[in-house]
Design a protein. Sequence first.
Length: 257
Amino acid sequence: MSSGLAPAFGAARARWALVGLLFALAAVAWWSTAGRMRGMDGGPGTDLGALGWFVGVWVVMMAAMMFPSVSPTVALYARMSQRRTPIAPLAFTAGYLVVWTIPGLLAYGVSSIGHSVIAWDNGGRWLAGGTLLLAAVYELTPLKHVCLSKCRSPLGFLMSSWRDGLRGALELGGRHGAWCVGCCWALMAALFALGVMSLAWMAFVAGLIAAEKILPWRRTVVYGTAGILLVLGVLLLAAPDAIPGLTIPGGGGMEMP
């Protein structure tokens, strides 16, 4: 192998190793989440438990759900930063996770303050159904289009917002995470509406997120996601028993940490 090809081959192998690491971490996060949330699914309006416990679960959930779909962006960043700081991609990923912690804290605050309102028998059913319908509408808005564009084609964002060093990597990861929150917050709200402690619904929403960010048929996937959320919202309002896998609050016991 020529001296010119060897460094390029080594860099490519390092990027693939990084992607493999992210997928491995995602797999571990799925395994950990499955253990932590066993018996916790109370359907819409599930009690989120203690703050410290929930934050830990939320961060692990975000790693499980987001690492597969963000791995191409991290690999691109690694390629652009390979001659600067070798561990910068890990700092980039950490910044991404830190930003995704904020929506979890907001959701916890809303749940704690309005727990009586979001209870299934006190309007929670209508709130959950309305959340799904809102998420369906958001899929078709210009803001969703802009944020999804940043997630699907991150090269322009990385070039225009570039920062050197570990601090720069952390900041850049945080900025990319902010675009990702703008893209996916409604889908995460839909997860809360369906049962945030359900591993099945978590996998379902993660699949929608990955499809929107990775699959080439962007318009088809977005409209398909909007249609799915619309159907789920209508069913939740009209006939929640018809939704496969949905836990109806009050229908059974629930273990708490």
